[in-house]
Design a protein around this ligand. Structure first.
Ligand SMILES: [Zn+2]
Length: 253
């Protein structure tokens, strides 16, 4: 078996760098979209003149509840648009091949189902934070800004800590932030699209397999186990997980 040339190694690495740029662009746009949604929902809730105790969306009028749902639906659509654009990127010729891959079922749920679930969980994340803001009497603008600045760790928000921890609030599901959840979901799908497109284009050029190497030095057994030669019929197995930056160097006869 011929060893890959320096040129092939460099091209494989460059491809991963471009893919990671697309993933970062996704998270950047996602964060902006989530901030805008937070601002809108804070506005709706604060304009409703409701009791600052134990806030729940069901305290809002049906009309305002629909407005909140509309904001969440828009967020979902906007994120979906960024996702498809960045997953297909300049692999337009592979679009029909890639669509079922980036939208297909993964561990029992499709991309859309998972995104919808996460967007609804974001709606609940916001409800808890807005509830804390109302309870503490935090001004509207300050609240929206503070939510936007703490999307990664929403429940560690210093401004709202007291309100979040107050026994009056409910359902303290202090799990993952939805920025992280949606970020990982979209990054993984974008990476999948790019890697499948890479497998396709390099095999069209006549490679008979790939040598997979680590692209980072983070300790990761799953990535390590996937390293080595992969014959063409097997595929590269990449990305192994979200944030995986292993490279697949094509091997030609
Ligand atoms: Zn990896």
């Amino acid at each position: 078996m011929q060893q890959p040339s320096e040129k092939d190694v460099e091209a494989a690495k460059e491809y991963i760098r471009r893919r990671l740029d697309a993933e970062r662009s996704m998270v950047y746009n996602l964060e902006k979209a989530m901030k805008r949604a937070a601002e809108k929902i804070v506005e709706i809730c604060y304009s409703a003149n409701i009791s600052p105790q134990n806030f729940h969306y069901s305290d809002l009028s049906i009309r305002d509840q629909n407005k909140v749902d509309e904001v969440i639906k828009e967020l979902q659509e906007e994120v979906g648009d960024y996702y498809e654009t960045l997953a297909i990127a300049d692999h337009e010729e592979d679009r029909d091949y890639l669509l079922p891959i980036i939208y297909g079922e993964d561990r029992g749920l499709t991309f859309e189902e998972r995104l919808e679930d996460y967007c609804n969980k974001y709606k609940n994340e916001l409800m808890l934070l807005i509830g804390a803001g109302l309870f503490l009497g935090v001004a509207k603008k300050l609240l929206a800004k503070s939510i936007g600045e703490n999307l990664k760790h929403p429940y560690a928000n210093q401004l709202l800590a007291e309100g979040i921890d107050a026994p009056l609030t409910y359902g303290r599901g202090k799990t993952n932030s939805m920025l992280t959840a949606i970020g990982n979901l979209t990054r993984f799908g974008i990476a999948k699209g790019w890697m499948k497109s890479w497998e396709r284009s390099t095999s069209k050029n006549g490679c008979f397999g790939w040598i997979v190497r680590r692209g980072s030095s983070w300790p990761c057994d799953i990535c390590n186990d996937n390293c080595g030669f992969h014959p063409i019929e097997e595929g590269t197995g990449l990305p192994v997980h979200s944030h995986c930056c292993c490279v697949a160097i094509p091997v030609y006869v």
